[in-house]
Design a protein. Structure first.
Length: 165
């Protein structure tokens, strides 16, 4: 399981890097076309918006994986190691439940609804269901990462194995 999770970690990191690079190029092109050529591109703003949504949701899954989200440990730091592990398991179970119910199930329903209605984005003419597909994808990733955190029974800050090289 560790090798599978390592592959997922690296793939997610690469996808995020590529999306960020594409967004930088896209926004740079928009600035060039707007201020230098005086003819703004009609698709760059919409593409940047969709890229930001994908980066935000996939980045949230990545941050959950490497435990980069903000957290207050004022209560848990005073608990025994066993209580800290139990608290961490409870937190990951709650995160799993939220991601599974809201992001995976709800996101899948939203994606299917917009695909069934054949809703297209105004400028790019991309089916909006493809844009919304990031919600269940990131939900599945968060569920996988929560299961892995539970399996490893780690306490944040106690292990240096999670951050990617």
């Amino acid at each position: 399981m560790n090798s599978v999770m390592r592959v997922i970690d690296r793939a997610l990191a690469w996808v995020l890097m590529v999306l960020m690079a594409v967004m930088v190029i896209d926004v740079t092109w928009q600035v060039v076309t707007r201020f230098i050529l005086s003819e703004p591109s009609s698709v760059t703003e919409e593409l940047a918006r969709f890229l930001l949504v994908w980066i935000g949701l996939l980045g949230a899954a990545y941050a959950f994986r490497v435990r980069a989200h903000l957290g207050l440990d004022i209560v848990t730091s005073n608990l025994s190691r066993e209580a800290q592990v139990k608290t961490e398991i409870l937190i990951n179970v709650l995160c799993f439940a939220f991601a599974a119910s809201v992001m995976v199930v709800g996101g899948f329903k939203l994606m299917m609804l917009t695909l069934d209605l054949n809703q297209l984005s105004p400028a790019l003419q991309i089916p909006m269901g493809y844009i919304y597909s990031v919600v269940p994808i990131s939900g599945i990733l968060i569920c996988l990462f929560a299961i892995d955190h539970i399996r490893l029974r780690e306490i944040p800050g106690a292990s240096e194995d999670l951050p990617i090289d």
